[in-house]
Design a protein around this ligand. Sequence first.
Ligand code: GLV
Length: 336
Amino acid sequence: MSVPRRRFPGARRARVVVGSALPIDVAERLPACDVVAPASGVMAQHALDAAVADADAVICLLQHRIDDAFLARAPHLGVVANNAVGHDNVDVPAASARGVLVANTPEVLTDATADLAFALLLATARRLGEGEALLRQGRWHGFDPAELLGAELSGRRLGLVGFGRIGRAVAARARGFGLRILYAAPHPAPAAVEAELGATRVELPALLASSDFVSLHCALTPATRGLIDAAALARMRPHAILINTARGAVVDEAALAAALHAGQLGGAGLDVFVDEPRVTPALLTAPRTTLLPHIGSATVAARTRMAELCVAAVAGWLEDRRPTNLVNPELWPPAT
Ligand code: GLV
């Protein structure tokens, strides 16, 4: 049964809880609100749980768990603005059932994340981490024609798992490097997009079996959790490189580490992990592996625009204007 969306009653200052310091001054942008935010860093879950009790709006991060128990603590809460495009940390049906809007930050981080996926691909293919460590540790003895040989991109196949905004932005970059592009996605992209990007849709097993590089760009959902498991990794070519800038839990990390240690895979470039900030220890020692601390969207421009989108969603709800980036639009369908 659908419930109406909660509305801000007015006649008092709204209380906005922000789960981290942001690159913009939220209090300055919401002068009619009492803003609770840490001066620096990120609020722990228990602090956010406590702060939400009398909140009207929350701006949270992807590591904050916004489940039904959290929502039950917040009888006045009308909007959750998740400062991320992925929203697997939010129980959206539970929010909808309580009339709470959920917003995310699409589009503004597409280029930053696609750039980082490509940086990981190049860094892993050309063994940049190993080369830098060699030099910094004083182990470089001069040019050696047999040292640190990596893989070339031109003429090889890149398989994109997920072909939404970020997957397509990676494809656009890949074209410039002479890569041939396959993608696997639940629905075909429009023919014009496929033609522009030179991308061909195939089933996932075929993509895994024929790609030299596989890059993940799907949301974490029940269907994609553990999608790249031991069986999927076994389908990949022995020299293939796996790139993950989506969500850690799309990959079975233990199986990936085992495949890398066994030399069953050419390498991996990972920006996301199942249980951040913990990294499966066997990945830390795996060969040909580039590991980054979840910085896909970490550019000044992207992080500023993400924060601005969150503030806009909160301001919109408070002023009874429909936020554009709703994840549960059923609570507030667009005007026709
Ligand atoms: C980052 O991982 C995001 O989903 O925005």
